[in-house]
Structure formats: C-alpha cells, structure tokens
Ligand binder design. Structure first.
Ligand SMILES: [Fe+2]
Ligand SMILES: [Fe+2]
Length: 289
C-alpha cells in the first residue's frame, strides 16, 4: 500500500504551486510554439497531382513509410518526455513540450492524409522492422539522454523534409515539408537550449571531469542511435534511387550534423559557466552547409 508520505513526495516532485517560469529562452520557445501553430486544413489538398509514373508513386509511398512512423513515434516520444520533465519540476520545458506534441500530431495527420492522396498503403511492420527498432533506441528516463536520441531522429526528419522540398515532386508534399521544416527548427532549438542549460548545471555542480565524462557518454549514445539509421535506408535502397535520394549522403549528414550540434550544445553550457554568452544563432548547424 502506498503511504501518504510517498504520495506527498511524488506530488511535491511533480507540482509546484507557483512555478517560477524564469527560464527565458525556454519561455520564448513556448510562445513561438503557440503562435506558430497551423493545421492540415491549411493545405490545399485539391491541388492536382502532377503526372508521375505509377511505379515512382509506389516507391515514394515506400520511402514515406518511415517518415510517417517517425512522426507517430515522435508523438509518443514527446508525450512520454512531458512527465519526465514533470518529475524534475521543469515547468517551462513541459510547457514547450505540449506544443511539440501538437506539432508531431499535426505531422502524423499530414502524412496520413498524404498517403490517402497517393492512394497507397505504408509498408507493414513485418516488412519494415528497422523503422520501429530505430525509435526504440531513443527513449530513456534521463531527459538529456532522451534528447540526444531525439536529436538524431529530428535531424533525420529535417534532412528528409529538406530533400523532399528540393525534389519538389508534388506541390502538396513540398508545402507539407516547408511547414514541417519550420516546426523542426523550433524542436531543435529547444533541444539545444535544454542541453545547454543542463550542461551549465552539470559543469557548475559536478565539475569539469564529471561533465566531460557525461558528454562522452552522450556522444556514445548519439552514435548508437545513428547506427539505427542505415538499416532503415537499406530496406529502401532501390526506392531511394528511384525517387532520387542519396542514401550515403543522408547517413553522412545525420552523423555529421548531430555530432556538431551535440558538441555545440555542450560547449555553450560550459561557456555559460564562464559568463560567456554565445548567441543562439551562432549555435545553428544548418542542413546542407
Ligand atoms: Fe515531426
Ligand atoms: Fe519534430
């Protein structure tokens, strides 16, 4: 039986009667998250489908399978992270995550409706285990570990959306991807700000040695999650060639960009302990740089 004392401890960990809401950068992202909402209803679904060969549309649907499952998994992942931050009384972060969850729900709806437009089914789980296994690498009870995994999946989503926008098969798909790229920039912005704040705290409380050991641990975790990307693309080798996407380039970019992003977040945390402020815009590692 759970004692009243245990209940109190849990409640005190989760709820603050009066949250302080002093984390300005996270609060700014929260307002952006609210103000920049849009919906699948804003897309002009009636736009004519360009004349694309039937077999190419089949391949496009296959390549979009991990995109759809990725969005759906992101929704589970982000909603799962909300109570994790709750246990740490990180209310500003929780606020932002509520908008992030809405974003991922919207992305899931967009690609679901896009499959209807293509009049095709995604690949089944049995034919596509790598997509689901990749997502299982991301989850952790520690928010920083979790966000290191999410950094990989979000960067992958960003690279793929970027590629689709460049290929411009269908104005509807390009419009969806342009909207998603704006949302992803916010998610990656939060990832950076949160990691930077945590590392500042770790450097200050636990010292340089512990902070660096933890940074090395996260780098290993990043590599572990990145290793899950290649099997997804391997399962779609021919389809990627057919629609004009370069498997090697995607793998290289995911690894290279996530490595630099993680390093920059940790560096920004260390610099903050020395009173040095690095502008958030100087922290950006853009896709296609
Ligand atoms: Fe998404
Ligand atoms: Fe996202």
């Amino acid at each position: 039986m759970v004692s009243l004392r245990q209940v109190n401890i849990v409640l005190m960990n989760i709820y603050k009667v009066l949250p302080d809401l002093t984390n300005e950068r996270q609060m700014r992202l929260w307002y952006q998250g609210i103000n920049k909402q849009w919906s699948a209803e804003d897309i002009d679904w009636k736009k004519a489908m360009p004349n694309i060969k039937k077999s190419k549309l089949d391949d496009l649907a296959k390549v979009l399978t991990p995109v759809l499952t990725g969005e759906q998994s992101a929704l589970y992942s982000v909603t799962g992270l909300i109570p994790v931050l709750g246990h740490r009384s990180e209310v500003e972060g929780q606020f932002f995550l509520t908008t992030w969850a809405v974003d991922e729900a919207r992305h899931t709806e967009l690609f679901t409706r896009y499959f209807h437009r293509l009049n095709r089914e995604p690949l089944s789980i049995r034919r596509f285990p790598s997509g689901y296994l990749f997502q299982s690498r991301i989850i952790s009870k520690d928010p920083v570990e979790w966000l290191t995994g999410v950094l990989v999946s979000e960067t992958l989503a960003q690279i793929v959306s970027h590629e689709f926008r460049e290929l411009d098969f269908d104005p509807v798909l390009s419009e969806i991807c342009a909207g998603i790229l704006d949302d992803e920039a916010r998610h990656l912005g939060f990832n950076h700000v949160y990691m930077c704040d945590r590392f500042k705290e770790i450097y200050e409380k636990d010292g340089v040695e512990k902070a660096e050991t933890f940074a090395a641990h996260l780098e290993k975790r990043r590599l572990y999650v990145c290793e899950g990307v290649a099997p997804i693309l391997d399962a779609l080798k021919d389809e990627l060639v057919s629609i004009g996407m370069d498997r090697e380039k995607i793998i290289y970019e995911v690894d290279n960009i996530t490595k630099r992003r993680l390093e920059k977040s940790i560096l920004a945390g260390r610099k903050a302990t020395e009173g040095e402020k690095i502008k958030d815009e100087d922290m950006i590692v853009a896709v296609g740089e």
